[in-house]
Structure formats: C-alpha cells, structure tokens
Design a protein around this ligand. Structure first.
Ligand code: AMP
Length: 308
C-alpha cells in the first residue's frame, strides 16, 4: 500500500526561546516522510539545489524513506527562516528563499504512479493538481494548503478540493477558505466543496476531524517541554496518512485512529529542533504514546440514574 508525498524539501533556520538552528533539514515533505515512515514506507517527490547536504537527506533512506523522486537541480535549495514568540504561539517568517523550488514541476517516477495513499504537501495548487494527473487510482488523497494560495489561487484550489478526499488545514486556513469564523461551520463549508473529510488542526488545542459521519476530536499531547513547533502539522499528516496506509483501512474507525497517530507524531516533532526527534524514535515509543492518548480521553459514564 504505497504512500506518496509531494512537498517542499527545505533548509530551515529557526529561532525559538530555547535556541536556534541554521540550515537544518526541513520542509513539508521531510517532516511528513520522517514521521510517516515510522508507520509505513514513504515515497518522496521534491527538489533540492546543488548545495543540499545529500548525506543528511540520504540518512532518511535508512528510516524507510524512498528518495527516488527527489531531483537535484542547479542552484540554491529552498530556505526558510522563522522566529517564534516566547510562548511559541506566534511565528514570524523572517525570510523565504525559493531557489530551485521556484521552478519545481513535480514529476512522479513510473514506480510511484500506482501509489494508493497520496499526500499533497503545501505547494502551488496547480502543481498539486498536476500530481493527481500523474497517479493512477489512489485509494485516498489528502492535501494541505496555506493562506498564500487561498488568497492568490482560490479558483485552482477549489478545483483541487473537488479531487481530494481529505483536506488538512489549521484553524486560520479553514476560516480564511470558508469565510466563516466558526471552525465547525467552516469545516461543513469545505465538505460541501469536495473533500469527504476535513481535519482542522488547532496547535496545542488538538485537532478535529469533520465528516458526514460526525465530529471527532483528538487533544494535543500534554507536553511539558516544547522546543520547536516547526513541522508539527506535516508530522501530523505523516502519522495520519501513515496509519491509513499501514492498515489500508479508510473506515470511520480507522480515520479516528489515524487522528490519534497524527497527534502523537506531531507531539514528537515539537520535542526537538528540525526532524531530530524522528532520527532515533522507535515504533515502541510511538505505540506507548498512542496508548497514552487512549488514557487521556478515557472516562466512565455513571450508570443511568446516578448522574445527570
Ligand atoms: P509548518 O510548521 O507545518 O507550517 O511547516 C513548516 C515547514 O514548512 C518548514 O520546514 C518550512 O521549510 C516549510 N515552508 C515554509 N514556507 C513554505 C512555503 N511557502 N512552501 C512550502 N514549504 C514551506
């Protein structure tokens, strides 16, 4: 059950109250792949420049990431610089240098075209559509987007929505896309425009899955130390899609479980800078954290008559 991701492969320079990184591995495809590969092998399509530290990228292969779809172009790699506020609630983008990413035209290698599970990371919706034109018949397609595309390429984005099964966005993006402040109404609006499932991520407040079957909520894991929130959303998507691909099950029960895997993997991402936490993470640690989620939300109802 192959799992494919198309997205950015970046060099991130991030400042948080706890320290900073320079030119660390980043980008949506990298966070997604390092997270998802703990649950199921991941195929990556993306582009890097000739200055990218290939040895560091290739280390991902040892973790179950197939890099056959990563092309190397002449020029500078995509670089992103961001700074977080003291409470990690706000992030300022200090610099975005597109480099070779500006001319990125995803080409899906023939051996990836029969991918059954596809994640379209946050890139130009025209490119996301071009990926869909190159894959045969996926079981489930999920996509992400951002304010820039919602504002600048709305029509193409709406066309894309008609062709995907799941939209994963944060609360601000759901509001901007729908024009509705209430995230549940916003999610309903999105459901009316194509996807069968909407996942709205709310940072430290968790994430909500909305579909025709109802609403399911997963909390964020109660971490006492958060180092770097960068990539949490993409790691969430990796856990979510990784679980679906590993089980090849897209029933409601499986999607609910996938939300928990998503939140678990998002919580690992923020524990260290870049994708460092995933370097040593074991399937046992993932299992333990998923079990901890079950404890977090478990409670016993009083028998009828003994409570309200
Ligand atoms: P997130 O924290 O989920 O917003 O993801 C952050 C990651 O997205 C970082 O690793 C960045 O390299 C990457 N990123 C930032 N801006 C863009 C952009 N315009 N297009 C694609 N990827 C981006």
């Amino acid at each position: 059950m192959s799992l494919l991701v198309v997205g950015s492969i970046a060099l991130d320079s991030v400042q948080t109250p706890f320290g900073s990184t320079a030119d660390a591995l980043g980008g949506s495809a990298v966070f997604f792949a390092m997270s998802g590969a703990l649950l199921h092998p991941v195929q990556v399509v993306g582009v890097v420049g000739d200055d990218y530290p290939m040895d560091r990228l290739e280390r991902m292969a040892k973790r179950g990431v197939d890099l056959a779809g990563v092309s190397r172009a002449q020029g500078e790699s995509f670089r992103w610089k961001g700074k977080y506020s003291y409470d990690l609630q706000n992030r300022e983008t200090l610099e975005t240098r597109l480099g070779v990413f500006a001319d990125f035209a995803p080409r899906i290698p023939p051996q990836f075209r029969d991918a059954r599970y596809v994640f379209l990371g946050n890139i130009d919706p025209e490119l996301q559509l071009s990926v869909l034109d190159q894959v045969d018949e996926p079981t489930l397609v999920a996509c992400d987007t951002m304010n820039y595309w919602i504002q600048g390429k709305r029509d193409v984005l709406m066309e894309l929505l008609r062709r995907v099964d799941v939209l994963l966005v944060n609360d601000a993006e759901a509001r901007q896309l729908s024009g509705d402040w209430n995230i549940f109404r916003a999610a309903r609006w999105i459901l009316q425009h194509g996807p069968r499932f909407v996942v709205v991520k709310q940072g430290e407040y968790g994430a909500v899955l909305v579909s025709g079957d109802g609403i399911f909520y997963v909390p964020a894991f109660p971490l006492e130390q958060v180092f770097d929130p960068t990539g949490a959303g993409d790691a969430f998507a990796g856990g979510f899609m990784g679980h679906l691909a590993a089980t090849d099950d897209t029933t409601s029960a499986s999607l609910r479980r996938a939300m928990v895997y998503g939140s678990a993997m998002g919580s690992f991402a923020v524990e260290q800078f870049s994708v460092l936490r995933f370097d040593e993470l074991t399937p046992d640690e993932v299992r333990l954290r998923v079990h901890a989620f079950a404890d977090l939300v478990r409670f016993d109802l009083l028998p009828v008559g003994e409570g309200a």
